[in-house]
Write a protein that binds this ligand. Structure first.
Ligand code: FAD
Ligand code: THG
Length: 819
């Protein structure tokens, strides 16, 4: 028994890296097939200018890029470079961009990449074609540079071949073979290649390859312009044919442009043109040759004209220059800009790794190799997993519209709360009409419209006691925010509020095998009485937190799982036994939920029901089938905002009636509708983590402050073995709660945190804590940063003093919530 037989479709930068990573792990039965000739197949890689800028808002994407840099640096082909570490420079021509560069410098610092914001003169010293008078400053990352993608594929295919991999060019895959729900091989133009695992690394052809087995691949091929000038006198004699470039790669995001040298010419990439989606059916068929590359479309000069003018403004030497060549090159865009990694939901062993830039290619390939060989990637992948999307987001029209918007916004300054412009209103809860009547300000998430605050509550701000009065925020932190959130938090803590919890992912896990499945996949004891609700973690094999869940036992064999997203659905479905003893259903859309929370919540439900909501007969973390205002409801006594109250679930058709009943009765108890802004603040004050932001698979439960949810007495559960020897006392880092010293400076998340002047961690979530009257933040810090430690948070170009505090900040004795 050797290693599994793997077929990789696509010999571009991703497929070739994957062959290298797999063979490096001892998998030697790897065949890479490509429809085009080798090594230049005619895909996006064949002509990619290969700029590698590592800095992104995402920790994962930066980690994938940094690995690519490290790996490519160590490669060569017969002594010729694969990575030319010329550095990366992003310049600002507006004050807003300069501020943004400071924010980006913060991300780089958070994710461990050295970056500096520098003065115009220093920019011009590094890149003498720049006119220092035209810029306000720059962000310089010394370790960025140029990847020679067309050479990397040669270096890596040689290395993989030496370890036993086989590469076949001019071999088109026309079918995926499978049997009994497992992939068995691929059919090509030259015959069938049997395989145990098939990984599609087909780049922008991904949707076509996915279609061969009915898998949705939500990417859109878009053309992007790249032009090269004639020889520039300013560059003559600077570079050799082999070095190609010496100045840093350059980005001018204010005009959607980037630049690199090609010996004595300058290459210019532009995103400044209209989105140009490409229909794969329109690409010329026939044989692919180096002269007829399907990914290179004819240059449309008129689209480039404005970019050319803006280039001349930034780089004066271009004023007398002309363009020699250009093309409209095709590559992939996705609804949220992230890559697409994952296994088919229907055909086991069929994987995809697509919509990946050269920049992240080695990192993605390593992650996929680790998933295949070890079952787990060391870099956290939830933002890359193809199953992060909801069904509605897989629709080609949705993919097209959102991916085009991503193209347009590629270099824009985006606020963390920035809502999609379109499409909107595609998923609404049954309460949507009422929320609109109350002046809800909606933001969008996974297609759902979610109220962030309600203008109807504006009048309450004036009624706030002095200690609850909202404090002024800086312009950036005030964006997509309203002081009304303070009033909504106040009413939740002092009276009662209705929160729309409908978008919270809900699964029904049922059948004779349901209990055993949940016991195996979670850290808590699940064999409890009917009506029990349990907070539990799902861990991966290495003990990393892959989700946190609430599990309600509704009957002997029926459980309702409150989850974090579609990844949980995908995971449970995959893990369910194939014998039909467990059914896993996504019941989110067919049901709805109101979180009714606050000290007066009991008065409201009691007035509307004959059921018993007393503390004696409806305890904390219990659920019951009840009737409220005539509506059948599954009530669960728990609260993410940390107040007395219930999550009230009913079917979608009954939702509006339930809302209206609670609203009408609630008037006597001071009820309001409240939104996500207040919600997020309240949950942080109560110490509740948000999976994906505060903790991920990169963290174990003890580091995340969730050790209480792990029941080691339980015999077996996934991840248990990995926790041996780990406890609250042994961890080296911790998710810590910070309070900002000045009581007013709000940060927003992902900022670097300094202790004694050195960057040691980063903020996960942050908010103003209305109950405590100061901004709060959660941050990953070394375990040595104990309660009382003073830290600094970098916010743009400022340092904000904060202190590590004991948590939770509100109701640590659980008096309110258990009342
Ligand atoms: P590809 O290189 O397209 O490889 C996919 C392969 O699959 C192809 O070789 C194709 O022939 C093969 N294939 C498809 N269907 C089949 C089939 N049915 N059977 C067999 N084989 C098949 N990225 C950066 O990081 N930095 C940059 O500066 C940069 N600049 C760019 C500039 C331009 C003009 C363009 C177009 C792209 C740029 N990119 C850049 C993006 C980058 O080029 C791509 O994201 C990357 O090359 C994709 O690599 P890949 O291996 O996924 O795809
Ligand atoms: N409601 C429901 N399900 C959910 C969430 C929710 N699933 C996903 C996500 N949110 C899970 N997060 C939490 C976090 C904390 C709590 C509940 C869900 C919570 N924690 C108690 C505590 O820490 O004090 C648990 C106490 C206990 O274990 O008994 O309530 O919002 N349905």
């Amino acid at each position: 028994m050797g290693s599994p037989r793997v077929v990789i479709i696509g010999a571009g930068i991703v497929g070739t890296n994957l062959a290298d990573e797999l063979t490096a792990r001892g998998w030697d039965q790897v065949t890479v097939v490509d429809q085009g000739p080798l090594p230049l197949t005619g895909g996006s890689t064949s002509h990619a200018p290969g700029l590698v800028f590592q800095t992104t808002p995402s920790k994962t994407m930066t980690a994938l890029a940094s690995y690519t840099v490290d790996k490519f640096k160590g490669l060569d082909v017969d002594g010729e470079w694969c990575f030319n570490q010329v550095g990366g420079l992003e310049v600002a021509t507006t004050p807003q961009r300069l501020a943004e560069l400071h924010r980006r410098q913060g991300w780089a610092t958070s994710w461990g990449v050295d970056a500096r914001v520098i003065e115009p003169e220093e920019c011009a010293k590094l890149h003498p074609l720049l006119d220092p008078k035209r810029i306000l400053g720059g962000l310089y990352v010394e370790t960025d540079g140029l990847a020679k993608a067309s050479r990397v594929v040669v270096a890596l295919s040689r290395r993989a071949q030496a370890r036993g991999a086989e590469f076949r060019g001019s071999t088109k895959v026309v079918g995926i073979e499978h049997s009994g729900g497992r992939v068995t091989g691929v059919t090509t133009t030259t015959g069938v290649i049997p395989a145990d695992i098939v990984v599609s690394c087909g780049g922008f052809w991904g949707p076509d390859l996915g279609a061969l087995i009915g898998m949705d691949v939500p990417l859109l091929p878009l053309a992007h312009q790249y032009a090269t000038t004639h020889q520039l006198p300013e560059l003559v004699g600077r570079n050799t044919q082999s070095s190609e470039a010496g100045f840093p790669i350059l980005r001018h995001q204010d005009q959607d442009l980037y630049f690199r040298e090609h010996v004595d010419r300058l290459g210019i990439g532009s995103y400044a043109h209209r989105p140009m989606p490409v229909d794969l059916r329109d690409l010329p068929g026939g044989e692919i040759t180096s002269d007829a590359m399907p990914s290179m479309l004819t240059f449309t000069e008129e689209d480039f004209a404005p970019a050319w003018e803006k280039s001349k403004e930034l780089l004066p030497c271009l004023r007398d220059a002309t363009i020699e060549t250009g093309f409209n090159g095709i590559f992939s865009f996705t609804p949220d800009g992230g890559p697409l990694i994952g296994e088919s939901p229907d055909v086991a062993g069929f994987w995809i790794a697509e919509a990946v830039w050269v920049t992240h290619s080695a990192g993605v390939a390593r992650a996929v190799a680790q998933l295949l060989v070890d079952g787990r990637s060391e870099v956290e992948l939830h933002g890359c997993d193809v199953h992060r999307f909801e069904e509605i987001q897989l629709d080609p029209q949705y993919v097209s519209e959102t991916s085009q918007q991503n193209f347009v916004e590629i270099y824009d300054i985006l606020h963390p709360l920035q809502p999609k412009e379109s499409p909107r209103d595609i998923r609404v809860s049954p309460f949507h009409v009422r929320q609109k009547e109350l002046g809800a300000m909606f933001l969008e998430s996974h297609g759902w419209e979610r109220p962030h605050w309600f203008e109807a509550n504006a009048g309450l701000v004036a009624q706030l006691p002095p200690e609850w009065q909202p404090k002024p925020r800086d312009e950036w932190a005030a964006k997509f925010h309203s002081p009304i959130a303070a009033a909504e938090a106040w009413r939740t803590r002092t009276a009662v509020a209705m929160y729309d919890m409908t978008p919270l992912k809900r699964l029904e896990v049922s059948g004779p095998g349901a209990l055993a499945l949940l016991e195996r996949l979670t850290t808590a004891k699940m064999d409890k009485s009917i009506g029990a609700v349990t907070y539990a973690l799902a861990l991966d094999a290495a003990g990393g937190v892959r989700s946190d869940l609430t599990v309600a036992r509704l009957s002997e064999n029926t459980f309702q799982v409150g989850a974090n997203g579609n990844l949980d659905m995908d995971y449970f479905r995959r893990q369910a036994p194939t014998d039909g003893s467990v059914s896993v259903r996504d019941i989110t859309g067919g049901t709805c939920c109101i979180g009714l929370w606050g000290p007066r919540a009991r008065e409201v439900v009691t007035a509307l029901s004959r059921d018993d909501f007393t503390n004696e007969n409806f305890k904390y973390f219990r659920s019951k089938q009840v009737r409220i205002g005539g509506v059948p409801v599954t009530a669960m006594r728990l609260s993410y905002v940390g107040e007395l109250g219930w999550e009230l679930y009913t079917s979608a058709d009954n939702g509006l009636r339930l809302w209206d009943a609670l609203w009408a009765e609630g008037q006597r108890h001071g009820v309001i509708a409240a939104g996500r802004a207040a919600f997020n603040s309240l949950r942080m004050e109560k110490g509740y983590r948000s999976w994906g932001t505060d903790m991920t698979t990169e963290h174990n439960p003890y580091e995340a402050g969730l050790g209480f949810a792990v029941r080691l007495q339980k015999e077996e559960f996934l991840g248990r073995d990995a926790l041996a020897g780990i406890s609250d006392d042994t961890v080296q880092r911790r998710l810590a709660c910070l309070v900002v010293d000045d009581g007013s400076s709000v940060v927003l998340g992902s900022e670097p945190v300094f202790v004694d002047g050195a960057p040691v961690g980063y903020v996960t979530s942050a908010s103003f804590g209305h109950t405590v009257g100061a901004p709060i933040a959660y941050a990953w810090l070394p375990a040595t940063a104990v309660v009382g430690t003073g830290v600094e948070i970098q916010y743009f170009d400022r340092r904000i003093a904060a202190t590590v505090v004991a948590e939770p900040l509100v109701d640590p004795e659980m008096k309110k919530i258990r009342a």
